[in-house]
Ligand binder design. Sequence first.
Ligand code: BGC
Length: 745
Amino acid sequence: MLKKDEKKNEKKRERDIEKLVKKLTLDEKIAMIHGASLFRSGAVERLGIPAIETSDGPMGVRAEFMDDRWIPSGNEDDMVSYLPSNSALASSWNTELARDMGHVLGAEARGRGKDVILAPGINIKRDPLCGRNFEYMSEDPALTRALAVPFIQGVQENDVAACVKHFAANVQETDRQMVDEQIDDRTLYELYLPAFKAAVQEAGAYSIMGAYNKINGTHCCENKRLLDEILRKEWSFDGAVISDWGGVHKTKETAECSMDLEMSVFPDFDEYKLANPLKELIEKGEVSVDAVDAKVRNLLRMMYRLKMIGPKKDSREAGAYNAPKHREAVLRTAQESMILLKNEKHTLPLDAKKIKKLLVIGANAATLHSNGGGSAEIKALYEICPLAGLKMYLGGNTKVEYAQGYYVPKVEKDGGENWQATSVMEDGDSEIGKAVRDEAHENENNRRGDEERLAKLEREKTEIHEKNEKLFAEALEAAKDADAVIFVGGLNHELDIEGFDRPDMKLPYEQDLLIEALLKVRKDTILTFVGGSPVEMPWREQAQAILWSYYAGMETGTALAQIIFGDVNPSGKLAETFPVRYEDCVTAKNGQFGKWGKIALEEGLYCGYRYYDRQRIKPAFCFGYGLSYTDFEYSGLTLKAEKGKNVKLTFSVKNIGKRAGAETAQIYIAPIAAQVDRPDKELKAFAKVEVGAGRSKKISLTLKPEDFAYFDEQIHGFVADAGDYEILVGASSEDIRLRGIATLS
Ligand code: BGC
């Protein structure tokens, strides 16, 4: 559309919105700005304003829930495609796949009749133990931004709003409702905000979810600095801000800042802060109606864009869920998401023809993960676990034996009320919705949830140890005469879960002991893992082959088998550092993670590889790392300053192996004589290219002035100092292949 026509349409839209606002009564306006059911806002039928239907979440459209209870409706028609988690998607470093996954999610949401999908989660991973890391992309803002933008665009192509979450700096689950994060501006602007800014300005996200946590003393959902100054004023966001469920605490403050729709986990909808309590304040003259009008406008604008109202109502996309092509896209993403961490002696790929008897060991080989994790849980149409994937791949002429290997205590699903309501409700609070959460925070009872869970995990250790004796022995015995042994271990959604952080970074269920024993019997055991966050791998030196998969969706098993047997050449690279041990993390050192009350993000910018670089701490597997079945050679870096501003760089990547493969080349900048303290290097661009055996590909990329900039708190803006910058081209953050100097004038 021409710019002129666009402007005209926008003007007409704003006029239409104004007309509607004028016609709405106060009660109707108030109905629109808070939940009328657990996932739906209030409608105004008289004026043709529909309810806004929302749904989780990031790995597929969540099952239907009852209107006023956290109980799944129990329908048979709400199973959906199970998408790779954001941590998996990010490991693909593939922006096209990000768009595809966004498109699939949006199409499925629309197909299920939704208006807003509560995804993607784009928080920066600050500590490997954060329970929701599996839902997030990376420890790096540039990578997160590069993937979030096409993902959001993909979602919204379907006339569904992405609700980008959780704004902002939602870095831990411990005390998630009340934790007060002390963050300085530079850290906020350089690390925790850039992906959100790009979501708004580049992707045009229609909605944003306010986070549960506080920043510098104020809850995100009533945080004027965050919502009014940064989001609205600095970034010109004119879409809708939706609260996280139960994230609103104070009526007046929330009413008077840019929080447009209050959602919660309680069924007393009229008592939501932006319902009767707000009406009372308005009637007393303590809050002006203008504050409500502003919210209504933002919501109507989003509805207009989604074609829920307005002249284009009849041309709204219909979407589709469970379309066969969605499964294909999910498989492609799964294939590119898995990361080959180690492959000595060409252990992988295996030659299927040479295997008469395959032994698969490990509970995660036969575990389904889709229905767990918290609000990211879904009812998958199907999920191919690794064991199924391997059997489906090999067919009936190969004997595939399975040994559980290690014991996983049964998860008691209570079958009824969902954890989500109680996760926000106070312990022992019978009268739903009367919870005064600020006071509750002072109450020891609230911490009991965490302590009880830790105590349960501790108790289970004895049970695990007893049961493992037999399971270990069986597995080790079977390993002796198998032609190949594949171990599938890792984590599950008992640990990668919303509401709790992991207690440590170790593999659970004594897997380390089993792996060590296995490697003694079979040095060539192929170690594969499914999990949502880094684990310590104390046996990694002894292992020959290690393959890591995040929760990679409904085709996890298919993709895993294709990589193991060489039909697919792995190309995933880590979007986060795997430290040797938890104690190596900056947060373990400064003790500012997983605490109740206040945490200070003292490390500032030194999160992830920025910290390991600075401290010269060698991680087990660094950011950006991942192997292929072929090798790549980098050459011919040229740097050219364009128009005195942009820096254009070109170089070549040659596949020097015998099979086709894909390589992600990463561009880091390292300021040589910075005026202020800056990280040793920072990712600024990357390119993933497929290269045939023996062939080369030329890569051209452009760095903009903003890529060289840092946030200057004095002038409250980004500045790029003139001078020299080293440009590093790497196959990972440690494996720098080419270097050049760019000079900014
Ligand atoms: C989570 C959100 C989720 C919402 C609705 C909250 O507990 O933090 O990510 O979208 O619930 O289920």
